[in-house]
Design a binder for this molecule. Sequence first.
Ligand code: ADP
Length: 216
Amino acid sequence: MRIVLVGPPGAGKGTQAHVLAKTLSIPHISTGDLFRANISQSTQLGLEAKAYMDAGKLVPDEITIGMAKDRMSQPDAAKGFLLDGFPRNLGQAKALDEILADAGIALDGVLDLEVPEDEVVRRIAGRRLCRNDGSHVFHVDYNPPAQPGVCDECGGELYQRTDDTEEKVRVRLEEYHSKTEPIIGYYADQGLLVTIPALGKVSEVTERAIEALRGK
Ligand code: ADP
């Protein structure tokens, strides 16, 4: 399956993508994780992306699209993938259409996670990520690790993202409303969109997601 996940920052895209990718046996491709890996390895791409990310702004398309395309062309993505955080504006959505058309493939569905804004801010403020694998995501209250500061899945150190402050979250939400939300209509027009409420337990949202994607 080829799926795109959309939803505001803090909607739980990373958390759901991690579980869904395992369940569906497809790779989880997160542009945010790819940028963070580049930053921690101090690559040229990481250096270019860092200032935008730290400000809560979208990284320019010239950087993002090439990186996403490279990742999608890896052998493990040949049979499908779950895109998390890409596309994030209409230009990227159209670029993705071209990439897929050139490869003779198409998306199966676009899953939109809906969450009220005050919940988004609460989720992000308590979010903790694993240094070893950014898709191991916890929350100090809603999904706490067994041992504070330690990843349940691999024992890695948990940390808080530098853009997970309330001030940066506001900027990220503005970016989401002005730039990312238009892609929801774009995919609805193509009959690809399924929207689910992303409130409740992680496992409940996963069940809703699988049910919504069934038949796609
Ligand atoms: P969240 O969904 O919680 O905002 P991500 O890890 O997906 O977190 O993204 C973090 C940051 O990475 C974004 O604020 C943005 O700066 C950058 N980023 C990720 N994906 C994209 C993209 N497709 N286009 C532009 N910037 C991106």
